[in-house]
Structures are given as C-alpha cells and as structure tokens.
Design a binder for this molecule. Structure first.
Ligand code: TYD
Ligand code: MG
Length: 484
C-alpha cells in the first residue's frame, strides 16, 4: 500500500496534499494550507493473519440498563439547560467562541459552582495554556470565587497533563483552556495546527472516557464562524456549545450546536457584568427594555429559541438613496432573507423599495435565525416605509412565502403566552393551520391577547396604507426615490 507523504494540511478542513496551493481543494478556503511535518507512518490495513488475532466483540440487547453515572448539575440554570440537564461523566464538550467573549469566565464560574456544590461535589481542575496561575487567581478574585476548591494549573504539554490526570485520584471535571495551546510532543508541528489540535484533543478525550471525567475544551473560532482549524474536532466531541454575542453588547448567548446527550436548539442567556456572567432568567424583558413605544420601523417578534420563547425588537430604517445601488445592511438577521422579504413586498404588494436604502437591526445583539421572523421584519419595513408605527402593544410572527402568503409557524401558543406574560395585548399572526377533515374553530386560544390573523402580505401593507403616513399624505406605494 502506498504511503502518504502529505506534508501540506489545510488548517480549516484538515485535507492533506503533497503540494502547497493557495486555495484548498477540499474546502475552497484561501491561504489555509500550511506545511506540517509528515506523520511517522500511516497505519496500513489489517492483514489477514493479524485479523485472525482479533477478539470477537460482544453484542448487547437494547432493553438493558441505560443509566450511567448521574449528570452533574452546576446550578447555573442557563448552562445546565444548554448541556441537556447537566454534565455527563466521561463526556467531552467543546466550547467555541470569539476571543474575549467570555469563555474562560464562564467555565471558571461553572467549575467553581460544581466544586462548591457540597458533599459529593466532583474535584475540578482548570488547566490553562493561555494564562498564568496568578492571572487565573486574579480573575477568580474578581468573580468572588477565590474560596472555591477548584485547582488551577498552567500547562500546555498534553503528555504531562495526561500523566497527572491518569494518577490514582482522577478529578470529576477538567477544563482545558484552550485546545489550540496544547501540544503533543511526538508531533513536530506547532501548537494550534490541525494535527496538534486533533492529536491533543484525541488524547484528552480518550482519557476522559477511560477515567470517567468530563472534559471541557475551549476552542477559538475563526473569522468565518468555524471552530479554529479543525471541523474534525466537532466530530470527536460529544457536544459543541458556542458562546456568542455582539461586541459592545453585554448579552452573551450559549447555544448547543451538537449534543449527543440533549437537545441542540436550547440557548442560555447571560449578561456580562463587572462581576462576571450573570444568568438572565427572563431574556425577553431584557431585550425589550430599551424599546420606545410608538415609533415607526419597529416591530416586536415573538420568537422561539429551542423550547423557550424569546421576544425581540426588530428595527428597520428605510431612507432615500443617492446611490445607483442603494445600501442594504442587516445586523442579527440573514441578509438573503431580507432580500427575499423586500422582493416579495415589491413584487406582490407594489411597495417601491428598490431605490431606497434599507437597514435592519435586531435590537440587543441577538441573532435570529427563525423564518418565523419574516412577518415581523415585513411589518417593521412597511412601518418604516410608511412612517406609521406598529402598535406598541402588538407582537408579530409568521413565515412569508414567495407569493406573499403568510404561513403558519411552530408552537404559536407558546409564543402568545410569553407575549401575554410581558403585557402585550395584541398579536398579528398567520391564519390557523387546519388539517384536512378538521373544521376551522371559531375562536383561537390566545389567552388575553386580541388575535389578528393575516393571510397575505398585501393585507399588512393595506393596514398601513389605510391609516396613512403620519407626516405625509402620500400613500407609501406611490413614493419614489427621494420621496418622503
Ligand atoms: P474571557 O473570559 O477572558 O474571554 P475568552 O476566554 O472568551 O477570551 O473574558 C474576557 C472579557 O470579559 C474581557 O474583555 C473582560 C470581560 N470581563 C468582564 O466584563 N467582567 C468580568 O468579571 C470578567 C472576568 C471579564
Ligand atoms: Mg480565555
């Protein structure tokens, strides 16, 4: 069998080639291919003779006991929920996020909470390859955690770390901050390269499974949102959590993007304060805190993140443009979806937006990815274009189809309940989905909310047109470039 002499490895997808190239053939990334020392020898296939020496594996039935050791709950509810109800012993969790977003802070708080949880608390280790022990202590003092029994270490050599973890007394939780600083001395390449990151992670994960501790790996994220270098790392671990937030905003969101032990659509919301990360048990109230009532271009979207409803304000600004290609800018939402909503408004509802600049912002630094936000975005846009406010006590949700129809979304009751809880009294929603053979009910469940169903985007535009713009008497449809 031919040996691989590959020495050039893409730092993004891990594809290996024998020649350097500016663009990786595997993932198409530019300038991601880096020279690495060759592997000592690639393992060949199994020869027939050696295959005979293998022991046969044992099979088990599906109805046996499934309970392993109990999960470890740290008591920071936002973290526990994203993990699927606590940390599973023997599992590996990767926590990704931009530098400075608060990964180290979060994990220090989590292990301190775990270590200080009274009798039966697991022994917790925090191993940092980025900061010295004194720095970690300073952080702990600032977070008011210096009394907690977490053990700190500054180390980067995986061999040393593995040797001490393999000692008789195995800890319960180990944090490795960050996996990009770790190195295995049998490889020549520098720490942070794909092969080093992969080998270090493999070693630590293997040990975690064998000794039954939970390992939390911190991973830095590259510019395009991938966990630095190896996508491969995501396959090796049991759960991938990403810690996100807009710089300049104090909100941080922990999101599970992969979880072998729980759901992947849960989020945890935190607020970065000068005493560390605080849980935000009622994020809707916080995201809406700075909303000003009765301004045009603002609509409240009743969204859903995982099992939890979340109300956010969608803001739009439509302004005249002197550019041949007017500017379109989006923060917190998908630019492609904005283009679609604009095209539907233009083509199906006759709203002239082509010559005007459009800005869209999800207030508070949250990223919304649900298509259910379409109708709220459209409402904000039509409201901005007609200078007619969406009623301040109204929430909006619904998906928009290409013909302008408003489509039903998942779990409307949960969304409406949250809106009612926060004092909203009206809701603009898609028509009720009736299954074949089922008669449409007269009244729908909406608690104390006044429900207004909207079947087509035209009806939305008509609502604003009927009330007329506040300052100008022109109808929005007839406005042209530079008008208004
Ligand atoms: P850090 O956890 O070091 O980020 P990461 O490990 O993801 O790189 O957090 C860094 C930022 O958090 C830093 O800019 C300061 C801020 N911070 C606070 O605002 N309050 C605090 O109590 C702490 C510890 C950090
Ligand atoms: Mg850090």
């Amino acid at each position: 069998m031919a040996k691989t002499h590959a020495r050039f490895v893409c730092q993004s997808c891990g594809a290996a080639t024998t020649r350097w190239s500016g663009r990786c053939d595997g993932c198409g990334g530019w300038n991601t291919v880096v020279e690495e020392a060759p592997r000592e020898s690639a393992p060949g296939g199994l020869a027939t003779a050696s295959r005979k020496r293998g022991r046969s594996i044992e099979y088990a039935s599906m109805d046996g006991p499934a309970e392993g050791a109990p999960r470890r709950v740290c008591g920071i509810a936002e973290f526990d929920r994203v993990c699927g109800g606590g940390l599973v012993p023997g599992s590996a969790i990767l926590i990704g996020g931009d530098p400075g977003i608060g990964k180290s802070t979060l994990l220090l708080q989590v292990v301190a909470a775990l270590a200080g949880s009274g009798t039966g608390a697991p022994a917790c280790l925090y191993i940092s390859g980025e900061e010295a022990v004194e720095q970690l202590r300073l952080r702990a003092r600032r977070l008011d955690l210096s009394q907690s029994p977490v053990l700190l270490a500054a180390a980067t050599a995986v061999r040393d770390i593995a040797a001490s973890l393999d000692a008789a007394e195995t800890p319960g939780i180990v944090v490795i901050d960050s996996i990009q600083t770790m190195f295995v001395d049998s490889l020549d390449s520098a720490p942070g390269t794909v092969s080093q990151v992969r080998a270090s992670a493999q070693e630590l994960i293997h040990l975690a499974k064998r000794r039954g501790f939970t390992v939390l790996l911190v991973g830095h994220v590259t510019k395009d949102g991938q966990i630095a270098g190896p996508k491969v790392l995501e396959h090796m671990v049991d759960a991938v959590l990403s810690f996100e937030g807009e710089r300049g905003h104090q909100f941080r969101i922990l999101r599970a993007t992969k979880n072998r032990y729980g759901p992947t659509d849960e989020i945890g919301v935190f607020e970065m304060t000068d005493r560390g990360l605080m849980e935000v048990p009622n994020p809707s109230a916080l995201f809406l805190a700075e909303r000003r009532g009765n301004v045009s271009g603002s609509a409240v979207f009743a969204g859903l993140e995982g099992t939890r409803p979340l109300l956010v304000e969608v803001q739009a600004l439509v302004s005249p443009s002197s550019l041949a290609t007017p500017r379109r800018a989006v923060i917190g939402w998908d630019a492609g979806r904005l283009a679609m909503v604009l095209a539907v408004l233009e083509a199906r509802c006759g709203l002239a937006l082509a010559g005007r600049e459009v800005y869209l912002n999800v207030a508070g630094g949250l990223r919304v990815s649900e298509p259910a936000a379409d109708l709220a975005v459209a409402a904000a846009l039509v409201s901005a274009a007609s200078d007619q406010p969406v009623p301040a006590e109204m929430v909006v949700f619904g998906e928009i189809g290409l013909s302008g129809e408003v489509r039903a979304v998942s779990q409307p009751e949960v969304r409406l309940k949250e809106a009612a809880k926060l004092g909203f009294t009206r809701a603009l929603v898609p028509p009720r989905r009736t299954r074949p053979g089922e008669k449409a009910k007269e009244k729908r469940e909406g608690g104390d909310l006044e429900i207004q169903e909207i079947a087509h985007l035209q009806d939305l535009v008509a609502r604003f047109a009927a009330e007329g713009p506040r300052r100008s008497s022109q109808e929005p449809e007839r406005r042209t470039v530079g008008g208004g």
